[in-house]
Write a protein that binds this ligand. Structure first.
Ligand code: ATP
Length: 307
């Protein structure tokens, strides 16, 4: 069996609407996922026991071994296939997606591992079957398989591809340190309770969907929305400065990505994105900024190296 390498994108949420907290503690979501061209790469090869090695961005803090979502993905796929022997793999993750950044890097690595093991083991599961295994691993994992632009419902795992035209140029501004997703949700609930509410039912923005169909970034920018943004900003007040600076530098839209703390800025063109990235970095409002394009394709095999 020759090693298999899969490339997988980060995501931003163009809309993230969070409904009231349910009795089981979860929130119903309506979200518009958008995959962008910031990729992790995952290589799997047969081994005597399952292990994970992480290199690149935040490598020292990403959990190794069983706690890594990629290792859990390999086990979940082996269980789904009733594969008892020869299911151990060495998983090598080359990270470019920062950890706990609101870009779903862990989910991306899990999705990549599912695609890689499906190929390595010649299991032949269909994309729909892989998505079922992915949904059991986490609400963002199915989208990392699909890529593109898609509406997510439920906890985000029920996906429908969105009709979106054109290519969008973004700047991702990274913050120092991550934010814990459960803590951001808890803060969102607290802020809502302090205002005497519990949030309202999450509904898909028809304005955003129409703007995406038009392919015009100037129409999309004003429709970006994130219900978790006030919570992320209250936990990291510096994000307000970054968002304001991006708007001053002409971003068509400025938003916290997912649970943060990464901020995503929509640019008018590739050239504008370049200027925006330089200006944001120069203004000292972020740890670093990268230019990316969306939509990007979902997890896909890039190489099957000779053993
Ligand atoms: P989301 O937006 O999906 O909530 P995130 O982008 O904010 O996630 P991740 O980078 O996915 O955050 O990491 C969330 C947590 O998952 C981390 O704190 C880390 O301990 C754990 N984790 C497990 N496996 C991985 C992995 N392969 N890469 C990154 N984090 C991982």
């Amino acid at each position: 069996m020759t090693p298999v390498t899969v490339r997988v994108p980060a995501k931003v949420n163009l809309q993230l609407s969070v409904g009231p907290q349910r009795d089981d503690g979860y929130h119903d979501l309506v979200t518009v996922f958008h995959a962008v061209s910031l990729f992790d790469e995952v290589t799997v090869r047969p081994a005597d026991r399952t292990s994970v090695r992480v290199t690149g961005q935040d490598a020292a803090s990403v959990p190794a071994g069983r706690a890594n979502l990629a290792a859990r993905a390999a086990s979940a796929l082996a269980a789904r296939l009733h594969r008892r022997s020869k299911s151990a793999v060495h998983i090598e993750i080359r990270k470019r997606i920062p950890m706990a950044a609101g870009l779903a890097g862990g989910s991306a690595d899990a999705a990549a591992t599912l695609v890689a093991c499906n190929d390595l083991w010649g299991a032949g599961l269909s994309p729909a079957e892989l998505r079922e295994v992915a949904a059991g691993l986490g609400s963002d994992v199915p989208f990392a398989l699909l890529g593109g632009t898609a509406v997510g419902q439920g906890r985000g795992e029920r996906l429908t591809a969105a009709l979106a035209a054109g290519t969008y140029h973004w700047v991702l501004a990274f913050a120092a340190g991550g934010l814990s997703t459960p803590e951001v949700y808890a803060t969102c609930d607290r802020l809502r309770a302090a205002r005497g509410g519990n949030g309202t039912e999450a509904i898909l923005s028809t304005e955003l969907m129409a703007a995406l169909r038009s392919g015009d970034p100037a129409a999309v920018g004003p429709q970006l929305s994130n219900d978790l943004q006030p919570a992320a900003v209250s936990l990291r007040p510096g994000l307000r400065r970054a968002l304001d600076a991006g708007r001053e530098f002409g971003a068509l839209g400025a938003i916290v990505s997912g649970s943060g703390p990464t901020c995503a800025f929509l640019a008018a063109s590739a050239g504008h994105a370049r200027e925006l990235a330089v200006s944001l970095t120069g203004a000292g409002v972020c740890r670093g900024a990268v230019r990316v394009r969306g939509p990007a394709a979902g997890a896909a095999v890039v190489a099957a190296e000779p053993g």
